[in-house]
Design a protein. Structure first.
Length: 251
């Protein structure tokens, strides 16, 4: 009899333990309530996140709702991703502002044209195309700072709903910088081309990648394009020159 009661007691203990385990969420899910409360609390602190909602399952936070700018969509996900116990973020936030694609493309082109004046904009060339509010960026920058600046500029422009980043950052060998400086002097000190130096954005862009030099931008005449290509090809250390300059269309 004593043995029977011992067995019964052990059986009941095991049963209670199993019931307790079943009652408790397993893995990351056991923190869902805690995460959900924290996310709602943190989002409420920012006015730009006033129209956002969050749902948490197994440590994954799904964000929905609307914001005014694409950068705010990124910021919301970044804030949540850094929170304790969060395993991941599913970002389904949409941007509420809308601008026609052609108008948005023109805005972005102008902003990118003047981005980083006084730093290394002469050695960056980034273009934007827009379809259904999605901005695709192409081109090359001298440093990752130039790339990040272009991305930030686009992400904070009203109407941009998403960004596709195809910007390449140039390699960092020192001789490329020497080529950039020599090419800049050769082009902008040429009597035919010196007038382009009046524009603070310096419209003839010089991109160098492991000794290979490419020219981008718009010039006033076929002769200007030809002269720029000749000057670039005369720069010491250049392996090849790709003249991508476009000639301004006369109205």
């Amino acid at each position: 009899m004593k043995s029977f009661f011992k067995s019964l007691t052990a059986f009941l203990v095991v049963g209670l333990l199993c019931a307790s385990v079943v009652a408790q969420p397993s893995g990351a899910g056991r923190y869902d309530s805690y995460i959900q409360a924290r996310v709602v609390q943190e989002l409420a602190k920012k006015q730009e996140f006033r129209n956002l909602q969050a749902a948490t399952e197994d440590g994954i936070v799904t964000l929905t709702g609307t914001v005014d700018l694409y950068q705010q969509k990124l910021d919301a996900a970044k804030k949540v991703r850094k929170m304790d116990k969060v395993q991941g973020v599913r970002n389904l936030i949409t941007v509420s502002t809308t601008v026609p694609d052609a108008e948005l493309t023109a805005q972005l082109d102008r902003k990118l044209y003047y981005d980083r004046i006084g730093y290394d904009n002469l050695f960056n060339f980034v273009t934007a195309s827009v379809k259904d509010g999605v901005a695709t960026l192409n081109g090359e920058t001298r440093t990752d700072v130039g790339r990040d600046s272009a991305l930030a500029l686009v992400a904070t422009t009203p109407g941009v709903k998403d960004v596709v980043n195809n910007i390449k950052v140039a390699p960092v060998p020192n001789f490329d910088d020497d080529i950039r400086l020599r090419a800049m002097r050769a082009i902008y000190r040429d009597p035919v081309l010196s007038r382009y130096a009046i524009d603070p954005a310096l419209p003839i862009r010089i991109v160098v990648d492991n000794g290979h030099l490419s020219l981008y931008g718009t010039v006033a005449s076929p002769m200007d394009k030809q002269v720029a290509g000749i000057r670039a090809s005369q720069v010491f250390g250049v392996f090849s020159v790709q003249n991508n300059l476009e000639v301004e269309k006369k109205s």
